[in-house]
Design a protein. Structure first.
Length: 153
């Protein structure tokens, strides 16, 4: 799993490591050997961006790669599956929809978000917004989109 700094701030990599074989973050080079973006892109059977923020969607759609996650997406030769999880006001913006369309035109896959009541971190309240489908639905869609990964999901 490749985590951005924002994801690590929300849910620490040390916690995620309990359920993943490997967690990779941006960071200053150290003494330990860590895989880079090319190695990670070549290693993966499937690349799923979950959740995909409007910022990350925009970076990926425009080839902007300021961190390990986006450079790995850019280096991937396989289609990438994006699972948007975006505030309603942001999701309705023409720029975000244009970026989603660009991803689709580039051969990537998008699991469309659904309207749901979600916890909004900034306000601390439940709000209706566009969110990723529940995990069972995501797995179902992944199996439809990427039948070769059935044994992995």
């Amino acid at each position: 799993m490749v985590m951005t700094a924002a994801a690590n701030a929300l849910l620490p990599a040390s916690t995620v490591a309990y359920v993943c074989d490997g967690v990779f973050l941006d960071g200053a080079p150290g003494l330990e050997k860590r895989p880079g973006h090319l190695e990670l892109a070549r290693w993966s059977d499937a690349f799923v961006v979950l959740p995909a923020s409007a910022n990350l969607i925009g970076q990926a759609a425009n080839g902007i790669a300021p961190n390990l996650l986006t450079t790995t997406i850019l280096a991937s030769t396989r289609p990438v599956v994006f699972c948007p999880n975006v505030n309603g006001a942001m999701w309705s913006k023409k720029a975000v929809q244009r970026n989603v369309q660009t991803l689709l035109e580039d051969g990537h896959l998008v699991i469309q978000p659904e309207l749901a009541m979600v916890y909004e971190v900034e306000s601390g309240k439940m709000q209706q917004s566009w969110a990723m489908p529940d995990p069972e639905q995501i797995v179902k869609r992944l199996r439809e989109l990427l039948p070769t990964i059935e044994s992995f999901v």
